[in-house]
Design a binder for this molecule. Structure first.
Ligand code: SF4
Ligand code: SF4
Length: 411
């Protein structure tokens, strides 16, 4: 694609990067066919190719419009388009630049500004999020529908992890909302990895990996959060942890993006690169281990591959193989490449699209009559759970259950 970005804009890092990405797009439109918002809304401007054009236009004209902002807001950042694109267009990185320009060049209505500020202040901080949920009775009438749906599912149990007894140690990023909503997921990972001779070490800080602020276009806050995390984790990294793992695929993807996002920060670029090189999704870590045999007894599971797992981290099929090897039967799921509508804070900001996508996803997941639905990310889990009759779990919990059974029960 040819571009005519003015020289002044091209001199900036963002301008150069946008130009590089735009020029890699050949305008073929293959991506449009696999875009969930295009499928739902049928408007070219609500598909990747249309959004790419809007960003190009904005860069060339130097002015942002509310219309462009709306179309970019409706993008789930699911990266399904990146999986389809034959030219390797880095759509998500271009979208970040486009969103930042829109944020700077337009003014959102007051309600949206307050909503986004409140989310940025509360969600990335585990203590504040936990307090919010505890005060849910008072706040409930004021909350958006999507957040209300999350409230009943607060995790109240304090769970013991296996003792740290192995030489091999991996740093576990617990993040912000997941331990509040479901403390059992990271514990399940600790149980499974203990079987593989790996101990998990917690970071000791209760904050976001930066993904939530990133999703809310608060890019400076996201970068600050990432720098603060690096400072907190650095002693453990220097002490020689063999990796950094997350059970939330969205957080694992964000860790893998640290190197890219902080590449222009002289003080943090090298460290961020190292974080990204050490980062792993729990599925990658488990897949590479020699685990004792486990037998899921042929239980029928519908697996929902989160977008950050399959499109962001390109880990399609990894969890499915682990589950099948562990004796679970996976039922077919139509449209497995499509987003469930959770997409970080998307479901709170675009509830109608989020709910429509969820309805389609649940229909596909339930079609094979599974006993349980499994996924790889807390956001998808809570979003699907809030409208499904079938129990929803994180896939690592299925595995941990097998290892928690008495030895004689195992296959
Ligand atoms: S990221 Fe997802 S919603 Fe956004 S344009 Fe790409 S496929 Fe469509
Ligand atoms: S598939 Fe790739 S190259 Fe084709 S229009 Fe979409 S982003 Fe551009």
């Amino acid at each position: 694609m040819q571009t005519k970005i003015p020289a002044g804009k091209l001199a900036s890092e963002a301008g150069k990067e946008a130009d590089r990405i735009l020029r890699s797009c050949v305008h073929c439109g293959f991506c449009t066919a696999t875009c969930p918002t295009y499928q739902l809304l049928g408007d070219e401007l609500d598909g990747p190719r249309g959004r790419i054009y809007l960003i190009k236009e904005m860069l060339e004209s130097g002015s942002a419009s509310e219309k462009t902002r709306e179309h970019l807001d409706r993008c789930l950042t699911c990266r399904s388009c990146e999986s389809t694109c034959p030219s390797g267009v880095e759509y998500a990185h271009l979208l970040d630049i486009g969103r930042e320009l829109c944020e700077a060049g337009t003014e959102r209505p007051m309600v949206e500004r307050i909503q986004r500020k409140a989310m940025t202040a509360i969600l990335p901080n585990r203590t504040r999020f936990s307090l919010l949920l505890k005060g849910a009775g008072l706040f409930r009438p004021l909350l958006p529908q999507g957040l209300k749906a999350l409230l009943p599912a607060v995790s109240r149990t304090k769970l013991d992890w296996p003792p740290r007894r192995h030489k091999r140690t991996v740093l576990m990023i617990e993040g912000c909302v997941q331990p509040v909503l479901d403390a059992g997921i990271d514990r399940a990972a600790a149980i499974v990895l203990d079987q593989a001779g790996i101990s998990l070490q917690r970071t000791g800080i209760a904050q976001c990996c930066g993904a939530l602020e990133h999703h809310l276009n608060a890019s400076e806050a996201a970068l600050e959060r990432m720098r603060s995390n690096i400072d907190h984790w650095w002693a453990d990294i220097e002490a020689g942890v063999e990796g950094i793992v997350s059970t939330a695929s969205a957080c694992a993807l964000q860790l893998k993006e640290y190197g890219y996002l902080l590449r222009n920060d002289p003080a943090y670029a090298e460290k961020a690169k190292q974080i990204s090189a050490l980062a792993a999704d729990i599925s990658e870590l488990v897949a590479g281990q020699d685990l004792p045999a486990a037998n899921g007894g042929g239980e029928k599971i519908a697996f929902h591959a989160s977008c950050t797992l399959q499109h962001g981290q390109k880990l399609s099929g990894v969890v499915e193989t682990i589950l099948e090897k562990s004796g679970f039967e996976l039922v077919p799921v139509k449209g497995g490449h499509l987003c469930c509508g959770a997409a970080g804070t998307y479901t709170l900001l675009q509830p109608e699209i989020g709910e429509a996508l969820r309805a389609n996803k649940i229909e596909s997941l339930e079609a094979g009559r599974p006993t349980r639905i499994a996924t790889a990310n807390i956001g998808c889990m809570k979003h699907i759970e809030s409208a499904s009759e079938i129990p929803v779990v994180h896939w690592i919990e299925l595995l941990a259950e097998l290892y928690e059974k008495p030895q004689t029960d195992r296959g």
